[in-house]
Design a protein around this ligand. Structure first.
Ligand SMILES: Nc1nc2c(ncn2[C@@H]2O[C@H](COP(=O)(O)OP(=O)(O)OP(=O)(O)O)[C@@H](O)[C@H]2O)c(=O)[nH]1
Ligand SMILES: [K+]
Ligand SMILES: [Mg+2]
Length: 500
């Protein structure tokens, strides 16, 4: 006769096992597709151990987190598939928190296909959906939403600075910052709640509310600073828009070709060659750039060219940085013309307004770098004069010849410095927000915190004011994907000594 307690335990055990079985086990090729040296196939879920045993001819599991080399066989007919490096990664100390295993097989497409077929034949296993490993890691609490986003960015990173920003986000830099804010909000809320419940019975020190308002104020200021980053983090993540603009034949298309080092755009001596916008991506000093060539700006008579000019103006107006190209010989004659020799800044703003790109309308003037092209057509002394003149302005001199390549490396250096200003510093102690989604939630949270402060200052109903803190916390919770009402209660009872 089995004792009742033991019987009960075995019933519970089989229920738990049944519950676990209901969770699917999934597998996928995690390394790149196509022929390669080694392919990594990952399995996650409760049947991972079964999968390992099924493919190794029933041998016992290797020691946890120790790489072993074993032959893989088809579970259907026992045919030898490959010899592979295996890792048994039992949960919860795994990426997904579940039992996992990795099979590092030879990378030939047929080997990978055969091993995937073999895994599909193991009962309970099915192919993973896109992002399913990360989704499971999130549900296991291993990652928050910002880390999941960071991982996605890391996989998509094309330049060094993008990689640096993404890896920090994936490591939890934003999560920790937002977590601190949320904890501070919940502390404020806990005080407010305690005040509502016990304030009249004076269970709380008098100045607790004043301290709470001060803390809320500091928090709102932190959020405001985080938001006032000029979109630098978002720009680093998605690429800096740099538009090449200028008069017809200034050498805009030639400059694009020089910078991307291939004949991406058509160059010809006919003014009005470029009509459509032409984009090329570029890595400058580790920063991602979308470089756009545009039609020469003039009052075109041709309808197609007019549309090109309209698009060029639109692109320049929306750009993070405009490379304003002018012909060096023309600038020289302009300097020697009537009206003396105004500074480079005056020249740039005159050009911008002549090209229809000046401020004053809805959008502010974009940051502009003057590029004087065709320096091969002026004398050395004239080039020196132009260089001095450029330096007299607020910008840096960029004298180039797209024909000879002279000055292009120096221009790239100047460009790198501008990009450093336009993009977030991936090594800065305070992480930058990297998506519009972050901006919306942080802005929402700041708004609610300020409303809380204003309502308390106006002597309004504290219960209504406290609701603003709850809404702010919800915004941050949505940001990180961890919204939960019970937490507020936990904080009240753990962090505060009410009832003393
Ligand atoms: N001498 C000299 N000629 C250049 C230089 N850069 C470009 N050119 C010539 O200038 C002419 C116009 O060059 P493009 O690059 O087509 O000029 P663009 O500004 O794109 O012209 P549009 O698209 O028509 O507005 C071509 O004949 C080029 O070969 C340079 O540095 N020196
Ligand atoms: K041209
Ligand atoms: Mg062109």
């Amino acid at each position: 006769m089995v004792p009742a307690a033991l019987r009960w335990r075995s019933v519970v055990g089989s229920l738990v096992a049944a519950g676990r079985r209901r969770l699917s086990t999934v597998f996928a090729l995690s390394s790149g597709h196509g022929r390669c040296g080694v392919a990594v196939i990952r399995v996650t879920g409760p049947a991972s151990a079964d999968a390992l045993r099924a493919l190794t001819g029933g041998r016992s599991l290797p020691a946890a987190r120790r790489a072993v080399v074993r032959r893989l066989f088809s579970p259907c007919d026992g045919a030898l598939l490959d010899r592979a490096l295996l890792l048994w990664l039992p949960g919860p100390a795994s990426f997904t928190g579940e039992d996992c295993c990795e099979l590092h097989t030879h990378g030939g497409p047929a080997v990978v296909a055969a091993v995937l077929r073999a895994l599909a034949a193991v009962p309970g296993l099915q192919p993973a959906k896109p992002g399913e490993f990360t989704r499971r890691a999130f549900h296991a609490g291993k990652l928050d939403v910002t880390q999941v986003e960071g991982l996605a960015d890391l996989l998509a990173a094309e330049t060094e600075q993008q990689r640096r920003q993404a890896v920090r986000q994936a490591e939890g830099h934003l999560r920790r910052q937002y977590g601190r804010w949320r904890a501070a909000l919940l502390r404020c809320l806990a005080t407010a709640e305690a005040f509502i419940d016990f304030g009249e019975e004076e269970l709380i020190e008098e100045d607790a509310m004043a301290e709470t308002v001060a803390a809320a104020d500091r928090l709102a200021d932190d959020m405001q600073r985080h938001l006032a980053d000029g979109r630098r983090g978002e720009r680093l993540r998605s690429g800096v828009q740099v538009t090449i603009a200028g008069a017809p034949n200034a050498g805009k298309s030639s400059l694009l070709n020089s910078l991307v080092q291939r004949e991406a755009a058509i160059v010809s001596e006919a003014p009005g060659t470029t009509r459509d916008l032409l984009d090329a991506t570029l890595d400058v000093a580790g920063f991602p750039v979308v470089l756009t060539d545009t039609a020469g700006l003039r009052d075109a008579s041709d309808a197609v060219e007019r549309e090109g000019v309209r698009r060029a103006r639109g692109s320049a107006a929306a750009a993070d940085l405009v490379l304003l190209v002018a012909e060096a010989p023309r600038v020289l004659s302009w300097l020697d013309g009537p009206g003396g020799a105004p500074t480079a800044d005056v020249f740039v703003s005159e050009q911008l307004s002549a090209l229809g790109l000046s401020a004053g309308t809805e959008s502010p003037t974009p940051e502009t770098q003057l590029v004087l092209n065709k320096v091969d057509l002026v004398t050395e002394a004239e080039a020196e004069r132009l260089g001095d003149w450029c330096r007299s302005g607020s910008g840096r001199a960029a004298l180039v010849s797209c024909l000879t390549g002279h000055g292009v490396p120096a221009l790239v250096e100047v460009l790198g410095d501008s990009l450093g200003r336009l993009c977030a510093d991936a090594a800065a102690p305070a992480p930058a927000l990297t998506r519009q989604r972050h901006r919306l939630h942080v802005a929402g949270a700041e708004r609610h915190v300020r409303q809380f402060i204003a309502q308390v200052a106006a002597g309004g109903d504290l219960a209504l004011a406290a609701e603003q803190l709850r809404l702010a916390a919800r915004q941050i919770g949505e940001l990180t994907g961890h919204v939960g009402a019970e937490e507020i209660l936990d904080v009240i009872f753990s962090d505060f000594c009410i009832g003393k």
